[in-house]
Design a protein around this ligand. Sequence first.
Ligand SMILES: NC(=O)N[C@@H](CC(=O)O)C(=O)O
Ligand SMILES: [Zn+2]
Ligand SMILES: [Zn+2]
Length: 342
Amino acid sequence: MTELTITRPDDWHIHLRDGEQLKDTVRDVSRYMGRAIIMPNLVPPVTNTEEALGYHQRIMEQQPQGNFDPLMVLYLTDKTSPDEIKKAKATGKIYAAKLYPAGATTNSDSGVTSIKNIYPVLEAMQEAGMLLLIHGEVTDSEIDIFDREKTFIDNILKDVVADFPELKIVLEHITTKDAAEFVASAGDNVAATITAHHLLFNRNHMLAGGIRPHYYCLPILKRNIHQEALIKAATSGSPKFFLGTDSAPHMKHAKEAACGCAGSYTAHAAIELYAETFEAAGALDKLEAFASLNGPDFYGLPRNSDTITLVKESWDVPASYPLGDDQVVPIRAGETISWKVK
Ligand SMILES: NC(=O)N[C@@H](CC(=O)O)C(=O)O
Ligand SMILES: [Zn+2]
Ligand SMILES: [Zn+2]
């Protein structure tokens, strides 16, 4: 196949950052994504309705045509109130709240220190029909970093799913066979996003023959049996799995450092990178469901009504892109990508 037309996709997990960087991140995501779920881990984080609406406004100011729809998310803390959930929901612009276990990932220090602290909030979310998005990793220093997602599922997520049977939950950026199996066997109210980089790479790509900091993201890349399970889940046609790039820009010097930040940038070529994986798996016919249909269906939103067309045409990825007054090194920097959006 050399050309593929699909319903316009959405990105159900992206980091746009703020300030000087916004113009660059919004330009990339709005090239063909209809909507995106905007992660709230700014500094300081987006913890209430006013901040989310202010951030929404700043994103909208970056797009003259106004054809991109940012869907806002609240950052849950130990202090989030059930009333804040009702208030956020009533705006019609805030679709979800995000659980970051405190310390689990980039800018998560104000996150939740114990799941029980937010049980009243989860109750309010279940009632209001607001989705719970989860960075699913435990933070205990004695748990191996490669096991933190599985331990989160076993020790925390199973209870949340059992205690809130009507709450819609998205386990974000899943990275393990265990997560794929858990989501597949849970009820219809549980789904997962999968990134392009977790479909394309395993930990050998990051660590064999030299350490590659731009592949370092959280949850960390796992061994290839997990990569294979994610490919199987994404291309299975199951409505529980959908596109969430977790494109997470960091300045070049903050990645190429003695203690580098977690996050990989893929918004320059999101659907193109997914197309490569689906093609390699012989499943290009499943790309549209994953990228454009399953996400809105799960969120209870209409599917986009127009289309985009991908063509099989190789192009060179630059060594870096501008990011505010600095640079970001994207995935595939200095290499080629075999699909292009017309
Ligand atoms: N994925 C990452 O490694 N980093 C994300 C945070 C996140 O999504 O966990 C970031 O904000 O940089
Ligand atoms: Zn995360
Ligand atoms: Zn993320």
